[in-house]
Design a protein around this ligand. Structure first.
Ligand code: GLC
Length: 737
């Protein structure tokens, strides 16, 4: 194969005809709305490979010229909601549906899952990510990859690595220790690679240790390939990085979406001897290996009519299991079927299925909470519903978008319409005629911008005053008030959680979310979700809260700079050009588990309509160091339900978090009085810690205390186990110096 054609395969298909490329680059297929394609070389039987986003479902154009057919994607629950199920088996099922949908639309690869650590609640893309904990992140990602790839479609895990903010994402330099890097920010990717072998890895925009991630031989060739044994394809994020030759040398095989300048850079470097053709051949081998797995290569037939009803059912089931019951005083929930309810909050009538940007989905419909409640025979006060819906229609009609000035408008999260303000007299009337109040608080977020504290993480004063008045009025009549959180990421809850009788966290639960939440409200579904990120009392209680652009918010010009005007590595602006990960490994619950006064709802927390007990907590360790924990979980209440058992370790080392998650498992549906024995396996690498002095993962000797419980702050039982002899689990190459 001539050199020009080799290089053409390593530069994405948006490359316009390049001065030195003697033929017209060929793209032999397309799916409108697919975000990326690679070049075809018919004479070698190499087709274009078609890729689409994203972590919550297939994102392609829903309509096409010349046909009345539609090409919607199924909007599944966002990744944060999926991880709140704590059920990798269910996430695998979601992956199967997503993979099938991608396959039937003629796509070869899904650019998902995304598994960056939710280091800070304000990261705009947290909704696309799973957790503040690397074990939850890695296990969910591995399940998603396995599900997608079981359908003959590739998964591409992203964004590798340390991409934890949107502000100045293409030029931000995270400053962190190697211990934090290995134990927190890379660990989930390692688990996903080792357990599920994704076809591809997408490097991130940002710098890692002074080099663009896509240009870092330490990150790609040495660690990802050399230590973890990854032999798949590595691609850049779209327009990521800056130097195509360094990207080739680092082992970043494919440059997406492809620009002529990259082709020229590579060709001239080879001609000058600055880049060896051997490197091109190595990268090309990864590319061709991936191509040969694809449906395009095998000319696989596809229908363009995936089973959307079946996928909607999977989305609904996942959404039901993702709902987290945060509060339920005096069993206000479940509500009796047939009871009439005053449904407050704009978002109740305009439920948010997912976040914005490349992680969005063009779904056919989203079931609102109002519709979901009606579908579950929960009567919604019609006059109040009419009032909200006419208000929303009026306010929506006032929104006029100047796409000239705001080319990214549809890609960004926008401020929600101001909440309808009802008078005291109106609220009193609805309190008289309804059995309970349900209020939805809505928040969105998305790619390209981080959230802010004021009126976003914290509730608006108008939201709080309305909530106070509704609680006062309904409680005066001894009627309950239920708050629904239809949010993309964590919000402040401590200052108001005493007001309502119940709080239901719906996250963005996909297109069927309204049905899922209503199913929980009426008791058809017993909630079994648990938090995969801490709800701290106050934004500034989060470890590292000051080391994040918490007051930066959306800045569209910067966004355009981000993509089109790559800046060199600078240290001008704290939290923008460089971000210090001062909390080190004490991310989220790791930094809060010993400080209950700073936590509103802890990591791993989730209530049920029934109760569970844990008994018989035990462990056996095999000669090769594998520890198997067992416990019996019993439903001691009067309703069927599922429980999540979490095993945490307190290591015999100084300078460690009080306890860290090392295993988790979820029961099946347990009938009242029934038990299930859970087995939870912990391997030595899960107990090892990174010691920088010897650049190794070490399993220290000493007394380990293991706790089992239903959250990081609610332990049911503990046991200790002494490891007699320290052991070197892995000596790492000297990287990220
Ligand atoms: C975006 C995102 C990435 C996405 C890609 C293609 O900038 O960072 O997650 O897959 O471009 O849309």
């Amino acid at each position: 194969m001539p050199l020009e054609q080799k290089v053409l395969l390593l530069v994405g298909g948006e490359l316009v005809s390049s001065p030195s490329y003697t033929q017209t680059p060929v793209l032999d297929r397309n799916v409108p709305g697919a975000c990326g394609r690679t070049h075809a070389l018919a004479q070698f039987g190499i087709p274009s490979v078609l890729m689409a986003d994203g972590p919550a479902g297939v994102r392609i154009q829903p309509s096409r010229e010349g046909t009345d057919s539609t090409f919607y994607g199924t909007a599944f629950p966002i990744a944060t909601a999926l991880s709140s199920t704590w059920n990798p088996g269910l996430v695998y099922e979601v992956g199967c549906s997503m993979g099938e949908e991608a396959r039937e639309y003629g796509l070869d690869m899904l650019l998902a899952p995304a598994l960056n650590i939710q280091r800070n609640p304000l990261c705009g893309r947290n909704f696309e990510y799973y957790s503040e904990d690397p074990l939850v992140s890695g296990k969910m990602a591995a399940a998603m990859v396995a599900g997608i790839q079981s359908q003959g479609v590739g998964a591409c895990i992203k964004h590798f690595a340390v991409n934890n903010q949107e502000t100045n994402r293409v030029a931000n330099q995270p400053v962190l220790s190697r211990r934090a890097l290995y134990e927190i920010y890379l660990r989930g990717f390692e688990l996903a690679v080792r357990e599920a072998s994704p076809w591809a890895v997408m490097t991130s925009y940002n710098y890692v240790n002074g080099q663009y991630a896509s240009e870092s031989p330490d990150l790609v060739n040495s660690l990802l390939r050399g230590v973890w044994g990854f032999d798949g394809l590595v691609m850049t994020d779209w327009f990521g990085g800056n130097d195509a030759v360094l990207q080739m040398k680092a082992g970043n095989d494919l440059l997406m979406p492809g620009r002529s300048v990259q082709y020229e850079q590579i060709m001239s470097a080879i001609r000058s001897g600055a880049l060896s053709e051997k490197v091109i051949d190595e990268n090309l081998a990864h590319m061709l290996k991936m191509v040969m797995k694809t449906g395009s290569f095998s000319n696989r037939a596809f229908s363009d009519t995936p089973d959307m009803a079946a996928h909607a059912a999977v989305s609904l089931q996942a959404s039901k299991e993702s709902v987290v019951l945060l509060k339920n005083e005096s069993a206000s929930l479940p509500l009796k079927k047939g009871s009439r309810l005053a449904l407050f909050g704009n978002t109740s009538y305009d439920f948010i299925s997912g976040g914005t940007g490349s992680g969005d989905v063009n779904e056919e419909y989203t079931v609102s909470l109002e519709q979901g409640m009606r579908n579950h025979r929960l009567r919604v006060d019609r006059a109040l519903a009419r009032r909200y819906k006419s208000y929303l229609a009026e306010e929506s009609a006032k929104i006029v978008v100047d796409y000239e000035a705001n080319p990214l408008y549809d890609f960004l999260a926008h401020p929600r319409i101001e909440e309808l303000q009802l008078s005291g007299r109106q609220i009193r009337r609805y309190a008289r005629r309804n059995a309970a109040a349900v209020i939805t608080i809505g928040r969105n977020s998305g790619e390209h911008a981080d959230r802010v504290v004021e009126d976003d993480f914290n509730l608006k004063e108008s939201e709080l005053s309305t909530l106070r008045y509704i609680c006062e009025t309904f409680h005066a009549r001894k009627k309950p008030v239920i708050v629904i959180l239809n949010i993309a990421g964590v919000v402040e809850t401590a200052s108001w959680k005493e007001l309502p009788d119940a709080i239901v966290l719906a996250w963005h639960g996909g297109q069927e979310s309204g049905n899922a939440v209503a199913s929980v409200l009426c008791g058809e579904t017993n909630p079994s979700g648990h938090l995969s990120m801490t709800f701290a009392n106050d934004y500034f209680d989060y470890p590292g809260a000051l080391d994040f652009p918490y007051d930066h918010g959306a800045n569209v010009p910067e966004i355009l700079n981000n993509v089109l005007n790559v800046r060199g590595l600078k240290y001008d602006r704290k939290n923008i050009d460089f971000t210090e990960y001062s909390e080190e490994i004490f991310v989220g619950y790791r930094g809060l588990v010993g400080e209950p006064a700073k936590v509103s709802f802890p990591f791993g927390f989730g209530l049920s309509y029934t109760d569970f007990s844990f008994s018989g907590f035990n462990v056996e360790r095999t000669s090769d160091g594998i520890m198997t924990f067992t416990t019996d979980v019993t439903n001691t209440g009067n309703r069927a339900g599922k429980e999540v058992a979490q095993v945490y370790v307190t290591r015999p080392c100084i300078g460690r978090p009080m306890r860290e998650l090392v295993a988790f498992a979820k029961t099946g549906e347990l009938q009242p009085g029934c038990s299930e024995k859970l087995e939870l396996t912990v391997t030595e690498d899960m107990l090892a810690v990174y010691e920088d002095s010897v650049n190794s993962l070490i399993l220290h000797d000493g007394k380990y205390v293991f706790s089992i419980g239903r959250s990081c702050a609610d332990m049911a039982d503990t046991l200790s186990y002494s490891i007699e002899k320290a052991k070197v689990i892995a000596v790492l190459p000297e990287l990220f110096k």
